[in-house]
Design a protein around this ligand. Structure first.
Ligand code: PMP
Length: 404
């Protein structure tokens, strides 16, 4: 055996060299992983201090709804706390089937398949349907989970090509280059998660038809917000039949945890029997599924919640625009304020936090340099006083930091 003269490289060197988080902590500006002690509607408590939550994806505020909570409690009492196995084997309970049937019906598609998270949903669909030699055609601003799923497919021999964000001319340029003999899937967020912008779905679907591409829309931030009765982006444009696969998450409007995909029965059946993230991972808990069943019922019967959410978001958007902030283009429940500077974003975030407003700071590597921003999002359960507090604190700090 030869003994190396120099010690071979330690795999963990990169971890020891990673100092960014500690540096930001030392400056007292660290915006991540702050534990909430208690939640009361849109007000949360940090170390006993109350803050207006203006960064949650709990869009309809249903995680706190007594009917939703009770549904979870009832499910735990009936089925226990976990299914302790994959849907494929021993982890399917009646509630999974009931929810799949009800979601397929709600989204007006033939079949639905549940996953344990939204992240795993993309991982289940993309590498399963796009195989060696085939093409994923992906918007450059797609959610990180879709990017990770696409890279996974690429590792198994699929081709990943990207087009400029929501730019249909660029999408066509990319589609033109794909050999006719290869299958192709266009993948896009319905509502983009950082900006809240809506995809140009009519044009995307027209190009899919022209180039015989299949389509996957991730509607995580659209359900409960746009479309008929909150049915999301394809419904918003009257294009439910034209989109092949629609996926989403339960961690936002549905007030729970898990994910789903809806589409035609043969494709859903294929994914069901081949998706690694479904077959080799435990099924969504009974409590999570029961919460979604309760939320879905509320979504069907209380459209006023969506109306209130949109009115709340518009109120904040108008307030911030009037004050002179630069916002990303959105008419959904996301209002993203461009700061365009990393330190200023962190300082702004900290000052808002100290003033009693909790938002999300988007810095590198989450966004490109120059695109640093504060992402706010609103709930149907915010009242005027909460929204006024958000606008007032933004304006005071914005002036102080020279942002407006
Ligand atoms: N897709 C999009 C567009 C998302 O925004 C998110 C979550 N932020 C996910 C997928 C992942 O969903 P989950 O939280 O259920 O894993």
């Amino acid at each position: 055996m030869t003994i190396p003269v120099n010690k071979p490289k330690d795999l963990f060197k990169k971890c020891f060299d990673f100092t960014l988080a500690d540096e930001v902590k030392a400056q007292g500006l660290y915006p991540f992983f702050h534990p909430i002690d208690e939640t009361e509607g849109p007000v949360v408590s940090f170390a006993g201090r109350q803050l207006v939550m203006a960064g949650s994806n709990n869009y309809l505020g249903l995680t706190a709804d007594p009917r939703v909570k009770q549904a979870s409690i009832n499910a735990i009492n009936k089925y226990g706390t976990s299914c302790s196995g994959s849907r494929y084997m021993t982890g399917t309970v009646n509630l999974h089937i009931e929810l799949e049937e009800k979601l397929a019906d709600y989204f007006e598609k033939e079949r639905c398949l549940l996953f344990s998270t939204g992240y795993q949903t993309g991982q289940g669909i993309i590498p399963t349907v796009v195989q060696r030699g085939e093409y994923i055609v992906s918007d450059r601003d797609n959610h990180a989970s879709l990017v990770a799923a696409s890279i996974m497919a690429q590792g198994a021999g699929a081709n990943l090509v990207r087009y400029n964000h929501n730019n249909m001319e660029d999408l066509e340029r990319v589609l033109q280059k794909i050999p006719e003999s290869a299958g192709r899937l266009i993948v896009s967020d319905g509502v983009f998660s950082v900006s809240g912008e809506i995809v140009d779905l009519p044009e995307l679907v027209a190009l899919a038809k022209k180039y015989n591409a299949r389509t996957l829309i991730d509607d995580a931030h659209a359900v409960g917000i746009i479309g008929k009765g909150g049915r999301g982006t394809p419904s918003e444009f009257g294009l439910v039949d034209e989109v092949d696969l629609i996926m989403g998450t339960f961690s936002k409007t549905f007030g729970s945890l898990g994910g789903y995909v809806v589409g035609e029965h043969t494709v859903i059946d294929y994914i069901k029997h081949n998706a690694s993230s479904l077959i080799f991972s435990a099924s969504p808990t009974p409590a999570s599924v029961a919460a979604v069943l309760a939320t879905l019922e509320i979504l069907r019967t209380e459209p006023q919640l969506t109306e209130k959410l949109i009115a709340n978001t518009d109120y904040v958007r108008q307030g911030l625009l009037k004050a002179g902030f630069t916002l990303m283009p959105s008419r959904t429940a996301i209002v993203t304020v461009l700061i365009s500077d990393q330190i200023k974003t962190l300082v702004f975030w900290k000052k808002l936090f100290d003033a009693g407003v909790y938002v999300n700071a988007f810095i590198r590597p989450g966004v490109m340099p120059g695109h640093e921003a504060l992402r706010t999002s609103f709930m149907a359960t915010h009242e005027r006083e909460h929204l006024d507090k958000v606008i007032t604190e933004f304006c005071t700090i914005g002036k102080e930091l020279g942002v407006i």
